[in-house]
Ligand binder design. Structure first.
Ligand code: CIR
Length: 266
């Protein structure tokens, strides 16, 4: 069988992205001091980030641009996609709630939608799915009501939702990422690691907190190039890594997971 035929038979991963808004300098900030963001550099970094997905064979699906919504590039927070359903979030920051409308339209092509609602708030950046275990950060953006709603919406599908206390950072996935093979990359200064007992934990270098946000795609880790010590540590352990420069997006308190939602299209 020719390779082309084989690729056509395998379900490809889909990566939803949205272009950087020209208003990004008005973004929400919780733990970072505001610094000017160079829009053109941010756009170039975002383009290189998307090219990384294309090189890995993912199908890019851009959602409509939202020039007036400063944080719209951070699509991860708008929805959480499971094999069985897509949960449209009630984003914790009111200024970001309008981002979910166009996302719901796009995701309805792929999944049955369910919606989180007041008084529950939940950002996708607080959700770390590992098989049928769903770890959810209790953070400034995600409240108990949001976590309970998520748990109820997932009940028919046999997922186990577990809460993780997040402190001193924006989201759960600012502080930890799944690396495959029961291994988690973690910054223990920012979360309570107790819910992850039984996993192998790899600590980021103490002076590289941003390293804890990594994106695993088919065995390859996408990581920021700003964390050389953690990168060297992971490379020594045999991880395959693709680095990206996301320095401008990091000024907006974003990272490598937050600019995409990745799932297998049916
Ligand atoms: C915010 O504060 O909502 C944005 N400036 C950054 C969101 C980053 N999202 C993420 O890491 N999932």
């Amino acid at each position: 069988m020719q390779i082309g035929c084989f690729v056509a038979l395998v379900k490809r991963l889909t990566a939803i992205t949205r272009e950087v808004s020209e208003s990004i300098n008005g973004c929400e900030l919780s733990f970072h001091v505001r610094q000017p963001i160079d829009l053109h550099r941010a756009i170039a970094q975002h383009t290189a980030y998307q090219n990384c997905f294309v090189r890995l064979g993912l199908q890019l699906v851009p959602v409509p641009a939202e020039p007036k919504l400063p944080d719209a590039v951070f699509v991860e927070d708008t929805a959480v996609v499971f094999d069985e359903t897509a949960i449209i979030c009630n984003i914790g920051a009111p200024s970001r709630r309008a981002e979910t409308q166009s996302m719901a339209t796009v995701l309805s092509r792929y999944r049955t939608l369910k919606f989180l609602k007041e008084p529950g708030t939940l950002d996708g950046g607080d959700v770390l799915q590992i098989g049928h275990r769903v770890f959810v950060g209790s953070s400034r953006r995600t409240n108990r009501a949001g976590i309970e709603q998520l748990s109820k919406l997932l009940q028919p599908f046999d997922y186990q939702v577990e809460m993780v206390e997040v402190k001193d950072c924006l989201h759960l996935k600012s502080a930890c990422s799944y690396l495959g093979n029961d291994t988690i990359l973690i910054n223990r200064a920012w979360i309570n690691a107790e819910p992850f007992r039984g996993f192998r934990l790899i600590d980021v270098a103490a002076d590289e907190p941003a390293a804890a946000n990594a994106l695993l795609i088919e065995g390859v880790l996408i990581m920021p190039n700003s964390c050389p010590k953690t990168l060297a540590l992971l490379e020594r352990q045999g991880f395959q890594i693709c680095t990206v420069d996301v320095s401008e997006l990091q000024k907006a308190e974003g990272g490598v997971t937050c600019c995409t939602i990745i799932f297998r299209a049916d």
